[in-house]
Design a protein around this ligand. Structure first.
Ligand SMILES: CC(C)(COP(=O)(O)OP(=O)(O)OC[C@H]1O[C@@H](n2cnc3c(N)ncnc32)[C@H](O)[C@@H]1OP(=O)(O)O)[C@@H](O)C(=O)NCCC(=O)NCCS
Length: 311
């Protein structure tokens, strides 16, 4: 077995195939496409340094990405997309890929590494925990059908409008997001370049991103997302509340509830029958309570792991 660096411009199809052959056991799997890879390679955060492919007798069998976020001040690196295709499992290949990823992060001066596993994946959890990772945060995926929400208090003072295609609106969305999330776990301010890239994604739907105002002052936002390839592949009309935020002085006034209903109404208008979202269980603003109030139930847990690389 050999582990080698990913070569941009040559290894994209292998990278994709490793993922598509390895993650089929996930209950929300949809095959990645070359279009997904092309979009990712154009994103400001893309960095081929730290991407590795494992080979046995010259054949690719697995891969991993050790990612350094250039925009982040703290020396925290990320281990992502670790997988081994089924016939080559239980031979120590994932462990070797993980060690390569951790060495790569160390060499680039990272002091901690972060990785993820679903709570219902014992092998992935064992792999991370036996390498020295510990759970630092638990995230929930929540879901509900898109039948109307009844009996909840809404804020009647606020007004809404969708994003238009001006750069001012993109900038405003970025500022509101950065302000609302600044006390959040793993937060770092998003850049305008990232928002520009995001807004050019074929699934980005400006009409599904709303600002909310009190008088003329923007005080919050909600953004929806529909992965059209997922909907087509799984024949599941599932949309997402991608992001929601209310500025601190305006919290606890039912504005979040009004935003959630607005986002769900938009997804219904787009023909979706179900909605999901991801939430940090220890979100300091207790966002999970809001989602439960509007009928969301937890369907899955995802664990965020961390380990110290120095010392
Ligand atoms: C998780 C995954 C990467 C493991 O790949 P692998 O090459 O089989 O893993 P390794 O052979 O290096 O084994 C790592 C450890 O898990 C154990 N393990 C592997 N498969 C196992 C199984 N089916 N049952 C029990 N233990 C298992 C091994 O014994 C080893 O532990 P040990 O060193 O303490 O004995 C692979 O199953 C996979 O690609 N899954 C789908 C994608 C995924 O979930 N990625 C993880 C994201 S964090």
């Amino acid at each position: 077995m050999k582990i080698r660096a990913f070569v941009q411009g040559e290894d994209e199809a292998i990278w994709l195939r490793m993922r598509n052959e390895s993650f089929t056991e996930y209950d929300d799997f949809r095959p990645g496409t070359m279009e997904d890879i092309e979009i990712w390679e154009k994103s400001p955060e893309f960095d081929p340094v730290g991407m590795y492919i494992a080979e046995v007798e010259g054949q690719p069998v697995g891969r991993v990405q050790a990612h350094v976020d250039r925009e982040r001040k703290e020396k925290k690196g990320f281990v992502q997309g670790l997988c081994v295709i089924p016939v080559y499992r239980r031979r120590g290949i994932a462990r070797a890929l993980l060690e390569t990823a951790l060495s790569s992060l160390r060499e680039r001066g990272m002091e901690t590494a972060q990785a993820w596993s679903r709570d219902d994946k014992p092998v992935a959890k064992h792999l991370l925990e036996s390498a020295g990772f510990q759970v630092v945060r638990v995230f929930s995926t929540m879901r509900r059908d898109l039948s109307p929400v009844v009996d909840v208090e809404m804020n009647r003072e606020v007004t809404f409008r969708s994003m238009n295609d001006s750069s001012e609106d993109l900038q405003l969305m970025r500022e509101l997001n950065n302000e609302a999330f600044k006390e959040h776990f793993n937060f770092r301010p998003s850049t305008l370049q990232e928002w520009l890239h995001w807004s050019q994604h074929p699934d980005f739907d400006r009409e599904g991103w709303f600002f909310t105002f009190i008088d003329a002052k923007p005080v919050g936002f909600v953004g929806t997302w529909i992965d059209r390839k997922y909907v087509a592949y799984r024949e599941e009309k599932l949309g997402w509340i991608d992001s929601i935020g209310v500025l601190k002085p305006y919290r606890n006034k039912d504005i979040g509830t009004s935003l959630m209903l607005r986002g769900m109404e938009h997804l219904r208008k787009r023909g979706m029958t179900e909605v999901a979202l991801g939430v940090d269980d220890s979100n300091p603003t207790l966002a999970i309570n809001l989602y439960e109030k509007v009928g969301f139930k937890i369907t899955r847990k995802e664990l965020t792991y961390s380990m110290v690389l120095t010392g």
